[in-house]
Ligand binder design. Sequence first.
Ligand SMILES: NC(=O)c1ccc[n+]([C@@H]2O[C@H](COP(=O)([O-])OP(=O)(O)OC[C@H]3O[C@@H](n4cnc5c(N)ncnc54)[C@H](OP(=O)(O)O)[C@@H]3O)[C@@H](O)[C@H]2O)c1
Length: 341
Amino acid sequence: MNGPNRQILLDTRPKGRLTRRHFSVASGDIPEPGPDEVLCRTILLSVDPANRAWMEGVSYRAQIAEGQVMAGYGVCEVLTDGNERVAAGALVLGEPGWQEYAALPVRSLRRIERRSALTHHLSVLGPTGLTAYFGLLEVGRPQSGETVVVSAAAGATGSVAGQIAKIKGARVVGIAGSDEKVQLLRQRLGFDAAVSHRSPTLEEDLRAACPDGVDVYFDNVGGQVLETILPLMNVHGRVVCCGAVSQYEKGPVAQTTVTKGVPGLLIMQRLRMEGILLLDFVKRFRVAESELAGWLQDGRLVALEDVCDGLETAPDALIGLLRGDNVGKRMVRVGPDPEPG
Ligand SMILES: NC(=O)c1ccc[n+]([C@@H]2O[C@H](COP(=O)([O-])OP(=O)(O)OC[C@H]3O[C@@H](n4cnc5c(N)ncnc54)[C@H](OP(=O)(O)O)[C@@H]3O)[C@@H](O)[C@H]2O)c1
């Protein structure tokens, strides 16, 4: 095919580390929407650790097929009329995949009520911001004065989770992968302390940063960082199992992660370790978005965003995300925002 619709295909599923060789560039036709579908133009693509986990299968969605357009969600402009909820000109969150145009079922789209920059609807007001909100407040339930530790704290979900914990009066300690990120957490986001997971003395660093132990651990990474924190948890502490990015290149996450201290430490310290999946909270998105937008507007929440320019940057954007190159919510700009009016 040699049409006007530029696309990135997942050529082969990786075994181990993802590289550019697993992807190829193609160009297809602009699709004709079928019944109950609309034609969408991709504006911003979300780049997520989950994109890598979906390649492995055994997750909450189907495994990505080889030779197909790479899967991914993003912000799109609707180009054809659907129904009264989604007409031409609407802005929506949907799953176009890594391509410029897609025909998408109307029922799969979520209309965006634009509140501020469109990028905010993928970052603080988008799925990662909402995951931080529900994961921290519904599962972590931090009380004022408690100590909350967040991993991948300079990333999309972690940066919002840590800031919400600060808003709720907790003492917040971030874990990130470089000295620059550690500094950013302290200086720009106002975390009380931050440490690097690459430090050879991570356990001692965490003990020093959490002199009163840990009440809530918001876990984005799993693996060794989780195993290091569990012995520091206070009685009746809560572990929010949000993600396990350290494991996503090691096979299907539902089959690979074995954690030292589980269940022994959970029993001794009466810990609650609970998973969170954003999809469970769909009915409460609007309320959460309003609260997040209020914090953003009054400056209590900083939107950390990392925008790569051009569809062809998507493979490197995902490969780099898995190595920790990103600061905040990584996304790819595929096309311009719609003209105002
Ligand atoms: N449950 C849900 O509904 C839901 C929804 C959205 C996201 N998530 C999960 O939330 C987590 C964060 O996702 P995100 O989109 O916000 O990505 P992100 O944090 O913006 O990016 C991923 C970060 O993970 C860190 N990382 C990578 N490998 C690591 C390792 N081996 N050990 C420690 N840190 C590592 C890197 O930061 P450093 O430089 O700090 O290493 C990287 O920047 C992921 O696990 C994702 O699957 C879950």
